[in-house]
Write a protein that binds this ligand. Structure first.
Ligand code: ZN
Ligand code: ZN
Length: 366
């Protein structure tokens, strides 16, 4: 935690702030230990407050011992913050100079923002922090990486299970349920996102929802799934083929996606820029003639939340550092025909990367 507070203090210093108001549940969890997802944190120069309601005060006191837990009772968050600031800065309150407080403009609702503005504007200047707090979570500690690896290992075992159970005649929903049951049986707390199982023509939609469609001979089946283990997410995708014989085009698309991932993986190491890694896979797919069928980014950070900073995207200029955890997931989606995506989760190491997923990627014919 101490390292996290040091980096939080840097944000306070760099933005010339008196304090920070945190509203994002994942950032609050990261910086306090409190997992309740209902609450607001106020960080001042020498005091840290966690505001929540009576349903969560006991939990908050246990999970966030370094914070003063305050029950907002009937006052609501903004009036409670105003009261704390009034008490703490009572001597300065009549001064013309307002207190500068950073806030998370990316995750706050408009009504919550209005309440802060209306109740605090006399004494506080609200300063947009954009993604500065989210970015504190980019480099994971050893403990965090172990938990993500554990979550990904649960995914690997669930995939092994599905290879033994999936067959023609099952519906996409049944396969999704089987994956989810396996992950929970293996110790997952919950899912990190809604499981995707997309077969045949449905696989051309990158984020298809499992349907009652029956899986048929000749279908590609794309399975994108993950779980949360002790707070940390996993994420993986495998595409398998139902049947013994596939068309040349199906084989070509699978091979291009797999090679695009390999090309990108080869270049992952500290110092590389995220958008360059995205470009390597994108250029490879384009050179094979499928450029227009790979629309989404190559990958995203994974941690307490399933999609976090940084991104392997066309625009992300973050430089890779050891400890960053990202997905690498190229795909080709041919509308009305089929789609293929392959996704691993990697952690950047001192001299390259380590793949946290160990499930096979060679084309599996079921
Ligand atoms: Zn995924
Ligand atoms: Zn992903």
């Amino acid at each position: 935690m101490e390292k996290r507070y040091t980096r939080l203090n840097d944000v306070i210093k760099n933005n010339n702030l008196h304090g920070i108001i945190l509203t994002d549940g994942y950032n609050i969890h990261y910086l306090t230990g409190y997992k309740g997802h209902t609450g607001v944190v106020l960080i001042l120069e020498d005091d840290r407050y966690l505001l929540t309601d009576s349903r969560y005060t006991e939990q908050a006191e246990i999970e966030a011992p370094e914070f003063k837990v305050i029950d907002i009772a009937l006052d609501g968050y903004s009036k409670t913050i105003r009261r704390i600031l009034n008490e703490k800065y009572c001597n300065n309150i009549n001064n013309a100079e307002k207190l500068r407080c950073g806030f998370e403009d990316k995750s706050i609702s408009y009504s919550q923002y209005k309440a802060f503005r209306d109740n605090l504007e006399e004494i506080v200047e609200l300063v947009e922090l954009n993604d500065q707090i989210d970015k504190l979570r980019m480099v994971k500690s050893k403990e965090e990486i172990l938990l993500i690896a554990e979550a990904e290992a649960i995914g690997d075992k669930a995939f092994e299970h599905i290879l033994n159970t999936m067959e023609v005649g099952m519906t996409e929903k049944e396969v999704a349920l089987e994956l989810e049951y396996a992950m929970k049986s293996l110790g997952a707390d919950r899912l990190s996102f809604d499981t995707i199982v997309a077969s045949g023509k449905n696989s051309s939609m990158p984020h298809a929802v499992p349907t009652d469609k029956v899986i048929e001979d000749g279908d590609f089946v794309t399975m994108d799934f993950g779980c949360i283990y002790k707070g940390y997410c996993s994420d993986m995708t495998r595409t398998v083929y139902m049947g013994d014989e596939m068309t040349e085009k199906q084989l070509e698309v699978y091979t291009v996606v797999l090679n695009a991932q390999k090309e990108a993986l080869k270049c992952i190491k500290p110092g590389m820029i995220c958008s360059d890694i995205d470009k390597i896979a994108r250029d490879y797919i384009a050179s094979a003639g499928y450029g227009e069928y790979f629309g989404h980014g190559l990958g995203h950070g994974v941690g307490l939340y399933i999609h976090e900073e940084p991104r392997f995207s066309r625009t992300c200029d973050v430089v890779l550092e050891p400890g960053m955890v990202l997905s690498v997931e190229p795909g080709i989606y041919l509308p009305g025909e089929f789609g293929v995506r392959i996704e691993d989760l990697i952690v950047v190491t001192e001299d390259g990367y380590e793949n946290l997923a160990s499930s096979p990627k060679v084309l599996i014919l079921m």
